[in-house]
Design a protein around this ligand. Structure first.
Ligand code: NG1
Ligand code: MG
Length: 524
């Protein structure tokens, strides 16, 4: 799928391929964007770049350990309406329909001896246009690098329906849409495949200061309607569609926002980045405990440790069936050799350094010199158990989906009962993931623990946090006919929802189906 070209659409039905109804619901929003564009810029938009947000169905905090994850694009998206302009000097005018985000005008400059393009992105502050500039950066330096290349001046109007700071990857959607916009306006769309767009967008997102794992951009770019994606990172980025079984009743994923905003950029040293460091050190400690040699400067990942343990061979991929079998054997083994013991919950910094087999300087150089973390208790065993068991749950979830037809409408009672069983199995894996995120990886929060529990009580087959956690959204698997009752109940039982109006509630609780990935719409 990664080799495919970027899709170019001529009608909304093609984008919202799961039906004319979805296209109709979106038509008003698209129309409004085009009308406002003409009012603001005095000319018609020629293109609209679209990139969706994503929900991760299962596989949390394991992409940076290089294990496979299972996200899907959602219908909520970022739209950027565009037109070339005749302004001189590659001038970009970017407006946003959201009034909180003010009009921006900028142009790229060539700097230094090599004449690299620069956009002066400010990473100390979160500014909306930084995401636009981040997308532009890679296009300039990869596709307009030639000394005689001149970027096209253009107008841009942005609108988005992915809530920010809630684990649905509005940031990746912004960067992917922006990357697509600048590619389209500079006639370079035909030069990149989907896979290359993922790599470009990952690199571009780093311009905003986020050391991203790649799951979000891949989900936004590669997704197709009606399938989730199994994305693997080892030995290289790959993806394969995973169809959610078509049961009767059919099931959908419902997103519920806990309304706790998790600002990863501001608190990373006590949560996200700390977990990245703990997970990396845990991999080294596990490798040593299993009798493997790890080079002094080698930042081995948990996925590599598992491969070495199974004699996989460097750069090889043992495949999902074998990996599942290996994880089944390794988890109890890791438990036996790493068990927390001594009634203690974790390690002090000194104990952790000793367990790594490195001296303080080498440890610091390898694990702490590139990131800021703050902690006194490093729970390496609990993090290991989460990562290995979550990796296993992704494989089990995938296998259940693969072994059930995705295109059958069951009519008989026994087939319905069977459908119910399948959904229960998927739900149990989601619940186990939440339990592990909460207790072992400690990336949940009281509100998400409560919300996922209330979701189960409201009839969900399973419920878990999605994205980095510490706030943001939960995702629940719910039988489609039951969705209205589910929403009704959760709106009464989750206290922060009680005061919301109908519109406000629709913005924070909504059903979603796998949606199509990013593309460019040509306005006729
Ligand atoms: P969110 O919180 O949705 O941005 C983050 C990471 C992912 C992954 C998840 C946890 C970025 C851009 N994304 O997602 O790569 O590690 O947390 O599974 O940092
Ligand atoms: Mg993000």
């Amino acid at each position: 799928m990664a080799e495919l070209p970027i899709p170019v659409f001529h009608s909304l039905d093609e984008i919202h391929a799961d039906g004319a109804k979805a296209a109709l619901a979106q038509a008003e929003r698209w129309n409004n964007l085009l009308v406002r564009f003409e009012k603001i810029f005095g000319c018609k938009a020629t293109h609209v770049a679209r990139a969706p947000g994503r929900v991760n169905l299962i596989g949390e905090h394991i992409d940076y350990a290089l294990f496979g994850v299972l996200p899907t694009a959602i219908e909520r998206d970022i739209l950027m309406a565009l037109s070339p302009s005749s302004a001189p000097g590659g001038q970009i005018i970017a407006e946003n329909l959201d009034e909180r985000y003010s009009r921006q005008e900028f142009a790229a400059q060539r700097v230094g001896e090599e004449g690299k393009w620069d956009l002066g992105i400010d990473t100390r502050e979160l500014r909306w246009e930084s995401y636009v500039k981040a997308g532009y950066y890679g296009v300039l330096n990869h596709h307009l690098a030639h000394p005689t290349s001149v970027p096209q001046s253009m107008n841009m109007l942005v609108t988005g329906s992915v809530p920010a700071g809630s684990g649905l990857s509005s940031s990746a959607a912004m960067v992917v849409a922006s990357t697509l916009s600048f590619l389209a306006m500079n006639d370079a769309l035909g030069q990149v495949t989907k896979g290359e767009l993922v790599t470009l967008a990952m690199e571009n997102e780093k311009r905003v200061g986020v050391n991203s794992g790649g799951m979000d951009q891949a989900a936004s770019v590669i997704s197709t309607p009606s399938a989730a994606l199994y994305i693997t990172f080892y030995p290289a980025l790959r993806s394969a569609p995973v169809r959610i079984p078509r049961t009767s009743p059919s099931a959908v994923f419902v997103i519920t926002n806990s309304l706790v905003v998790s600002d990863k950029a501001l608190s990373a040293k006590v949560n996200y980045n700390l977990r990245v460091v703990e997970t990396l050190v845990a991999a080294r400690v596990l490798a040593r405990a299993l009798g493997m040699k790890v080079g002094e400067g080698e930042k081995v990942t948990m996925r590599e440790v598992v491969g070495r343990w199974a004699g996989e061979g460097e750069g090889k991929d043992m495949g999902p069936e074998k990996l599942e079998e290996v994880l089944q054997r390794l988890i109890p083994e890791a438990e036996r050799i790493l068990g927390e013991g001594n009634g203690k919950t974790g390690l002090t910094h000194e104990e952790m350094v000793a367990a790594s087999g490195l001296d303080e300087d080498a440890f610091h150089q390898l694990y702490l010199s590139w990131v800021q973390v703050e902690a006194t208790d490093f729970r390496l065993y609990a993090r290991t158990k989460h990562v290995l068991s979550e990796a296993l749950r992704v494989l089990q979830f995938r296998k259940i989906c693969a072994s059930h037809p995705s295109n059958v409408t069951a009519t008989s009672v026994s087939e319905q009962e069977h459908g119910d069983e399948v959904l229960k199995e998927l739900g149990e894996l989601m619940d186990a993931s939440q339990e592990s995120c909460s207790k072992l990886f400690q990336c949940s929060c009281p509100e998400l623990d409560e919300l996922t529990q209330l979701a189960r009580e409201a009839g969900a087959y399973g419920s878990r946090l999605t994205g980095a956690g510490w706030g943001g959204c939960a995702v629940s698997l719910v039988a489609e006919p039951h969705v209205p009752a589910f929403i009704e109940q959760i709106s009464k039982t989750y206290a922060p929802y009680r005061a919301l109006s109908k519109e406000q509630l629709e913005a924070v609780v909504f059903a979603t189906k796998p949606s199509s990935g990013a593309g460019v719409y040509v306005v006729e």
